[in-house]
Design a protein around this ligand. Structure first.
Ligand code: PEP
Ligand code: MG
Length: 911
């Protein structure tokens, strides 16, 4: 593929470029494989044309023209020349002229990038209409109302998309006209009323742009094309690319295509569909349409469309033809298709086909069915499922037994499965704000309908509910891709964004009220519903799918789990051990915190040991549970890591309480106690606690803590081993920067091991290793490996310290860095291969110099993210470790990485 940087942009070069590709009359200059140049839509149109399908003719202006436009603010003359030539060709073929007074050619101008970005960029329909050609359209269609409606739609779309006029200015005119004419529906405005709307729309244009609405159709075309190019750079498109890891430099193609009309009357219509059910994967012809409508009416969710099976009753022949064509398309592309069609005066036209977005469950089912149908091989099937989508198999469902019929408020369409429980928010901005304040906030975004501007809010919400829209509306398509629960088209829900209220059946819900959604049946439920784990039947299907992928996996997958329940959960998802047990999480439990605090408050080693003795049996029990759950798999337990102040009350809260008591009960013993705590809190206070007294530094300052933890581990290990369960403890020292720290803590752990084994007269095998989570540790990993028997890369802290970003409040910086394109992704989510990855490689190489077979893991959040998992697989890690719910994702990502290497497949997830 040509990229912006590879092309030497000279005039000679530009002249040699083919910018415009024609399609029509059974032949296209491009073909289906040219997605880089023609975008997904353009390549699909070319392919369908070549296959002899009924596609309205047109031409595609390739992505290089968009990149030129981004570089130079304009396209080269050659683009315009080729476009004019293609337009002439189109006019000849159609025997029409653009803007002609008799039988005018009208075109649509649509974006179409290599990767589908539904609704993110702009489209202009009915282009070519002006004061003259609208009369031509009247004659041709014999339908006054239709012609004027098309013209007013053009001015409105052109005005907002190309001329940047606020949509509201047009909506106001239109709504006023409806009021004036006492019309409830848009369709109740007659031709005369629409002519008046047109006149007022033109005034709006003049007022905002200080010029008339362009009457020259060629000028319209050039302006529309450039606006579509510009829409590649709009905020929602940028945001979508960021979430979906799409390169900002690709640019979009522009498709100019003869218009066909679905709104010519009762024998016209338009619709969208899938060759299989995109929510479940079941093989059924699936789609929605509206008679007498334009495409935007179906996808925008303004009118709720009708199921495709109805078309069979209305126009059986067209239905049959559509079914046949889409079945052929699926066979041809060997994947489930998502298609758009229009019926004009009883004649079917195909407008688009592409591989359809689907839920994780549908992805697995479709891939497996297609292997059965001999459409694809098992090896191909492995790559048909995005690892991230497997959360669908592990997302909760509603506990049906606990759902009371009375609590079901209403039912919408089940757009994206899973259950979501959360507090209502009414705007995307508020969702983002709430999320920034409280990362774990559970939110349900409630909207009339979602638009691409809502993408950031949708991303942070647990579930989405819309009052309008069908199964292919924006909310439905986007959430399905995100693996997020969604209910759409809940018609009984009234959403009042202005007063922040939702009304259902006379009941009012406010901002912050709890509701639950069932994305599998469409139910909207009052309050916090109980949820249950996923359907075992789906899990069984997944097991079979995974059995095809797993033989390619060369790398282990473990889970980060601190308590036996999570460990068991992780095992159920296929985790092969624990890669990180954060022992501090055991101390936050209610029965333990007082002892932990007593230990921290102790001023002498003796007192500290007394408190630690209380904690010992508790920790031992936790470890017993973990070892049993892991039944012979490795269990990596990290000694205490966080700074101690985290276990004490907050300084500010103490100050408030002390001041209150000084005023009310100056003699109370509580006041004395609080003052002592405050004193200790102030001693422990650090400017930069993440770089302070934490990690192995704690164990070095207070060796008795490491000793207690090591004792708890070994006593538990011996006990469980004596029961006949295999145990493999791996004690991990956090935040080392060099050999001496490692050796200090390593010696302590080994000493305790010897003591316990002697006392119990029983030995177990164990390892002592370290986390590599500071740049220095990577650089001196050869030294550290002299004592450390394994490494686990703590890429959370390594990212923090490599970038110098605080992992706790990087949010503010990230937002602008991502928006400016300074960073392509959040480095705390996707491993930064360029910087952090380089340090990891140095650490690996050095560690292996000292200990060639050293066991290497990763336990930062990256361990469950597909691109980072691929990086680890490429660098021969022994395992990745991630949260239990991401284990399936990590397993598939690791298997795909293995298959990519073994089958020598090009591409991968290189970031
Ligand atoms: C890490 O730093 O990557 C890590 C796993 O440790 P924690 O997140 O507990 O600091
Ligand atoms: Mg860490």
């Amino acid at each position: 593929m040509s990229t912006a940087t590879e092309i030497n942009h000279t005039t000679a070069n530009a002249a040699a470029n083919k910018y415009v590709y024609f399609f029509g009359d059974g032949h296209a200059e491009g073909h289906g494989k040219m997605k880089d140049e023609l975008g997904g839509k353009g390549a699909g149109l070319a392919e369908m044309t070549n296959a002899g399908l009924p596609v309205p003719p047109g031409f595609t202006i390739q992505t290089e023209a968009c990149r030129e436009y981004m570089r130079n603010g304009d396209v080269s003359k050659e683009v315009n020349r080729q476009m004019d030539e293609a337009l002439k060709h189109l006019e000849q073929l159609q025997a029409q002229t653009l803007g002609g007074a008799d039988n005018p050619l009208l075109v649509s101008v649509r974006s179409g990038a290599k990767f589908s970005m539904p609704g993110m960029m702009d489209t202009i329909l009915n282009l070519g209409l002006n004061d003259k050609s609208v009369e031509g359209l009247v004659k041709r269609s014999n339908n006054l109302r239709f012609a004027y409606d098309s013209y007013r739609r053009l001015i409105q779309m052109f005005g907002s998309v190309v001329l940047d006029i606020d949509k509201k200015a047009f909506e106001e005119v239109f709504d006023n006209k409806k009021k004036q004419k006492k019309a409830k529906l848009d369709t109740e405005l007659d031709a005369k009323a629409l002519q008046e709307v047109i006149a007022e729309y033109k005034k709006v244009v003049k007022q905002h742009t200080k010029r008339d609405f362009p009457q020259d159709p060629h000028e319209q075309l050039v302006m529309a094309r450039d606006a579509v190019f510009r829409s590649w750079q709009n905020d929602r498109a940028k945001h979508y690319r960021r979430i979906n890891n799409i390169d900002d430099m690709l640019g979009t193609a522009v498709n100019v295509q003869a218009m066909v009309f679905g709104n010519l009357g009762e024998t016209s219509g338009t619709g969208v569909g899938f060759t299989r059910n995109p929510a479940t994967g079941v093989k059924e012809f699936y789609g929605e349409f509206l008679m007498n409508a334009q495409g935007e009416d179906v996808v925008s969710g303004v009118r709720t469309p009708v199921h495709i099976s109805e078309l069979e009753k209305i126009m059986p022949e067209v239905y049959q033809q559509l079914h046949e064509i889409t079945t052929r398309l699926e066979k041809h592309y060997r994947d489930m298709q998502d298609f758009e069609f229009t019926i004009q005066d009883g004649r079917l036209y195909m407008l688009q086909t592409r591989n359809g977005k689907r839920t994780g469950i549908a992805a697995v089912r479709v891939a497996m069915q297609m292997v059965d149908e001999k459409l694809i091989s098992k090896e191909e099937a492995i790559f048909r499922v995005e690892p991230d989508q497997l959360v669908y198999f592990v997302v909760p469902r509603l506990d049906e037994k606990a759902v009371k019929e009375d609590d079901v408020l209403t039912k919408g369409l089940p757009a994206s499965p899973g259950a979501a429980v959360g507090q209502i928010v009414f705007t995307a901005e508020e969702a983002v704000e709430r999320h920034n304040k409280e990362k774990d906030a559970k939110l349900i975004l409630v909207r009339g309908e979602t638009t691409p501007e809502d993408i950031a809010g949708m991303n942070v919400a647990s579930g989405i509910l819309t009052a309008r829209g069908g199964m292919t509306s924006h909310a439905a398509v986007v959430t399905r891709g995100m693996g997020k629960c969604c209910v759409v088209g809940a018609g009984e829900v009234e959403v009042h964004e202005d007063t922040r209220q939702m009304r259902v059946g006379g009941e009012v819900f406010k901002d912050g009220d709890w509701i639950s959604l069932d994305g599998s049946t469409g139910r909207v439920i009052r309050g916090k519903a109980k949820t249950v784990p996923p359907d075992p039947k789906d899990v069984k299907m997944l097991d079979e799918f995974m059995s095809w992928a797993e033989p390619f996996r060369r790398m282990g997958v473990r889970a980060n789990a601190d308590i036996p329940r999570d460990a068991l959960q992780a095992r159920a998802f296929g985790a092969e051990g624990i890669g990180l047990c954060r022992t501090e999480h055991m101390f936050f439990a209610e029965d333990r915190l007082p002892h932990m605090r007593a230990m921290i408050m102790a001023t002498t080693e003796k007192d500290r040991r007394t408190a630690l003795r209380k904690l010992l049996p508790m920790q031992r029990n936790d470890f017993i549970g973990l070892f049993r759950a892991m039944d012979g798999y490795g269990v990596t337990i990290r000694t205490l890591d966080p700074p101690l102040h985290e276990f004490l009350p907050k300084r500010e809260e103490l100050l408030v309480e002390i001041t209150k008591l000084e005023l009310t009960k100056p003699k109370s013993p509580k006041l004395k106690e609080l003052k002592t705590v405050l004193n200790r809190v102030e001693q422990l206070h650090e400017q930069n606690p993440m770089l302070g007294l934490r990690g192995c530094r704690l164990g070095i300052a207070y060796p008795e803590i490491t000793e207690m933890q090591a004792r708890a581990i070994f006593e538990a290990a011996v006990k469980v081993a004596k029961e006949g369960v295999k145990v493999k403890p791996e004690i991990m020292i956090p935040l080392t920067t060099g050999l001496k720290e490692m050796a200090n803590q390593g010696a302590l752990v080994r000493k305790v091991a010897d003591e316990v084994f002697a006392e119990k007269e029983y030995k177990v095998d164990y390892l002592v290793g370290t986390m590599i989570e500071l740049p220095r540790a990577c650089l001196v990993a050869d030294e550290i490996a002299k004592d450390a028997e394994f490494f686990s890369f703590g890429t959370n802290d390594l990212t923090q310290t490599t970038f110098g970003f605080s992992r706790d409040d990087v949010g503010k910086i990230l937002t602008s860095y991502l928006a400016e394109g300074i960073l392509k992704q959040d480095p705390f989510a996707v491993l930064d291969r360029e910087g952090v990855g380089q340090l990891v490689k140095i650490g690996l190489e050095k560690g292996r110099e000292t200990r060639p077979d050293i066991k290497i893991g990763i336990c930062g959040e990256h361990g469950g993210e597909p691109s980072s998992v691929e990086f680890c697989a490429q660098n021969a890690f022994t395992y990745v470790s991630c949260s239990p719910f991401r284990v399936l994702t990590a397993r598939l990502a690791a298997a795909q990485a293995g298959a990519t290497a073994e089958l020598k497949i090009e591409g991968g997830r290189t970031k």
